[in-house]
Write a protein that binds this ligand. Sequence first.
Ligand code: BES
Ligand code: MN
Ligand code: ZN
Length: 500
Amino acid sequence: MTLKITARAGNPLDVQDEPVVVAVFSLVPTKTGALPEPLRSIDKTLDGRLAKLIAKEEFTGKREQSLAMQSPTATMNGKLTIVGLGDAKQLKVGDLRAITAKIARAAQNEKATSLTLVLPDDLRDRLRTIGEGLELGAYRFTRYLTGDRKPKSSLEKVTLVFAGKFTAASKEELELGQRIGTAINTTRDLGNEPPNEITPRALTQAAQTVAKANGLKAELFDYKEIVKRGMKLVQAVGQGSENKPSFAHLTYTPGKKAKKTVVFVGKGITFDSGGLSIKPAPGMGDMKSDMSGAGNLVGLMAAVAALKPNVEVHAILVCAENMPDGGAYRPGDIWGSLDGKTVEIVNTDAEGRLLLADALAYARELKPDLLVDNATLTGACVVALGTTCSAFYATNDESAKLFAGAVRDSGEQMWRMPLLEDLKEGIKSDVADVKQAGDRWGGSITAALFLREFIGDTKNWVHVDIAGPAFLEKPNGWSPRGASGHGILTFLSLIESMEN
Ligand code: BES
Ligand code: MN
Ligand code: ZN
């Protein structure tokens, strides 16, 4: 946790050198025109100047409408901002997380080191979301900035002001939210780190570090072990790089005997050049984020350790670098797999599904109640759903319903896509059991159909294509530019919904 968050009651403007943000629900007009608390008291302190400004700016408390006054009192040196939350009943979890994140981000951008945030008492049972939002909003990736470019200060302290009592339970919820936010920020760091630093080995080691810090089990397989175990498709993808593949298996086991087991698999391509089917130069650097599926699992496991659900959770990170080289795999190659099926390679840029195929074949041996993979898998998915929504596929409607419920609870955006059986035609091969990829049309679907070939007799499988939202060109909601950690919150909600 990077923020020290405390709570107090009392006069909101009782501060000196820090900004004060007052978040209010939509103002309901009254006959007398009186403002609701805490605006009424603040207005009194300001000799009616706030009421005048509210009237002049036609501030109604609509969501994200805001109003600001610089140094409003003799003692208060910072800015006073009133922010609208909109209608109380319509404030969804994602809205609240995005608003609190934006408040933290704005304070940070104004170089404030501390902030007072006044919230309606109704939000006292939503402190987990508030904790998440503040930590996520305060996130910046500044590791490689030096001299003048290095920020001199950062937001360190937030004081929440509530009218009512702040209990020990409130504090616990807030801290849980902060720990979840911090876990997501760890994933963001991994996605923003350059590919010369985050190699396959470095990524699995980061997972191991998180496991150790949180008392989770971690097993790491190096390249030799990967080859020995027969993960031939991982070998194919990774053999053309100096930075050889690496594999990690993390396990969270609850204190009480768990009824359910869920296994997550993540694609960890630390750099996707396309291999011999090389990608065009523009935007190639963004492919440092092609490890976001595996990166998500690092943050997810840290969050799981904080949440301590009564569900057994496994995270399988399959990591490699996709490079062109004398040792690289080629279009035309035929490779075996951990499953046993043979695969005809047609495009070395469709590498993610190959890694996942072996990882799914490994994961299914854990006999999970639900098997979930997540990957920045296809450009076609980004064309279909844009950059703020992931696609998910499910083998049956029950799994889809369970997963869609988790999506809703998390406030993230994901949309179900169909496993169209007629598109299987596209991955039929003349020379091997399956062809690695079909043609352009329905490219996200054929990728999912290819993966399905490797789940064995697993009944409940969900595949999530996070290619769009994993790495953002511009800030969205609680996510800044760059790596977002999109997916972690859904997976966490999913785990919670599987408890008992
Ligand atoms: N990592 C890419 C997919 C991707 C594209 C992720 C854009 C994020 C943003 C993946 O390995 C890839 O290159 N897929 C190809 C598959 C094709 C060759 C069948 C694609 O989508 O073009
Ligand atoms: Mn690729
Ligand atoms: Zn890729």
